[in-house]
Ligand binder design. Structure first.
Ligand SMILES: [Fe+2]
Ligand SMILES: [Fe+2]
Length: 415
């Protein structure tokens, strides 16, 4: 049958200019790079005292299609494991009950950070003017949406398949009275989204992600596994594989402002403040969660802290930024003292204030008291004797009428 003139014209044109049937990822990346913004008139709702350069690169150069393919594989593995094998082996009920309480805190609190990271990276996307840098921030926004869902899913899973739903499913009922919530709001909410955009990036990416996600998301998986929890490592390690790109975004934020004279004026102070504010919360909270919230111990928190916060972050990561004029913050040295004792003080007051929490805390057993004394010489004299007194006065039995907070008042013990 004869074809129409129009069809023939189209067929002939296609024979000369072949329609693409596939496209190379790098070609797409080059095409994306060719997008430009009108830098002179580039306006942002979120200005910064620093000037971000227009030609900043992004190390991972992820394009949307590769990104979506990679993340869907990760999601399939993670949800597949959770819904199939982990449910069949009744993983939720194999978690040590003490650790089950700890995951109520960790997953609910991490969700706060992930949720605010969505807004923070959206803001950075708006503030930056280099196409690659915008691309990096945008991929991170998508990641943080994923992570918010993942943290919510951990609590959903523990609620549905675990041994004790209360606290996994209703943690927010105590957010106006629980002191731990207030600190979380300061470090992982306000710190990420309030004020200067670059300062928010320093809080989120340079300190929050590059420094504290290692203990918060990686060390926690070791403690979880040691305490019978296969659920948390399945989800949290899937989250952490994205965090590497986020740390790189933080690095590139610094590169983008390094030549701006504002950097020599403000950068050191902003970094010092961000680190100090965040460590003041995470150093005690993580140490308490691991050591007092587990039955089986992995290693003393002070050792983990020293390796990942002091050496890896303060030394190696910040060291790499040395060529851009960034020095390790002075507050790192003071923080070292907190790494030894702050979490012990926090547990003392957290236990005394248990009615303001949404999770259970238990006093250390005799075996655990020995572990504390062995790893923190002087612990028993300073803390152990207090727990012995509380126990003797019946703090574990509500009928005794003794609340440990009374002890603080009786002894005028500083909080
Ligand atoms: Fe995240
Ligand atoms: Fe992140």
């Amino acid at each position: 049958m004869a074809i129409s003139a129009a069809t023939k014209a189209a067929t002939d044109a296609l024979a000369v200019n072949r329609a693409p049937t596939g496209v190379n990822a790098q070609e797409v990346h080059r095409w994306l790079q060719s997008f430009t913004w009108d830098f002179d008139k580039n306006r942002t709702k979120y200005p910064t005292k620093y000037k971000m350069a227009n030609d900043t690169k992004e190390q991972f150069k992820l394009i949307a299609k590769e990104y979506a393919r990679m993340e869907s594989v990760k999601d399939e593995r993670q949800f597949g494991s959770l819904q199939d094998v982990l449910t069949r082996i009744d993983a939720g009920n194999k978690v040590h009950p003490k650790w089950n309480e700890t995951m109520k805190v960790i997953s609910n609190f991490l969700e706060v950070g992930e949720y605010n990271a969505i807004a923070a990276t959206g803001m950075l996307w708006d503030s930056a003017s280099a196409p690659e840098q915008k691309n990096g921030y945008l991929a991170q926004t998508l990641d943080e949406i994923r992570h918010t869902n993942q943290c919510g899913y951990v609590n959903y899973y523990f609620t549905k398949h675990g041994q004790d739903a209360a606290g996994h499913n209703d943690a927010r009922r105590t957010r106006t009275i629980g002191p731990l919530w207030k600190g979380m709001k300061r470090v992982f909410s306000d710190g990420f989204i309030s004020g200067d955009a670059v300062e928010c990036s320093i809080n989120l990416q340079l300190v929050g992600e590059a420094c504290f996600t290692n203990p918060l998301i990686v060390a926690v998986t070791e403690w979880a596994a040691a305490n019978g929890d296969e659920i948390t490592p399945t989800v949290f390690l899937s989250i952490e594989t994205d965090e590497l790109r986020h740390m790189a975004n933080g690095y590139q934020t610094i590169v983008s402002i390094a030549n701006d004279e504002a950097a020599s004026k403000y950068l050191y102070t902003d970094l010092n403040n961000a680190f100090w504010t965040q460590q003041k919360y995470f150093t005690p909270v993580l140490g308490m969660s691991f050591e007092y919230g587990s039955h089986f111990k992995v290693e003393p928190w002070v050792k983990t802290w020293n390796r990942w916060v002091y050496e890896d972050w303060g030394g190696i990561w910040i060291g790499r930024l040395g060529k851009y004029g960034v020095n390790s913050p002075a507050s790192l040295r003071d923080a070292k003292k907190d790494a030894y004792w702050a979490h012990h003080d926090l547990f003392l007051i957290a236990y005394a204030l248990w009615p303001t929490g949404f999770f259970r805390l238990t006093l250390p057993t005799t075996e655990e008291m020995d572990w504390f004394e062995e790893n923190y010489p002087g612990w028993h004299e300073h803390y152990g004797v207090i727990y012995e007194e509380w126990r003797a006065r019946g703090c574990e039995d509500p009928n005794s009428g003794f609340l440990p907070i009374m002890w603080f008042i009786e002894n005028n013990h500083p909080i």
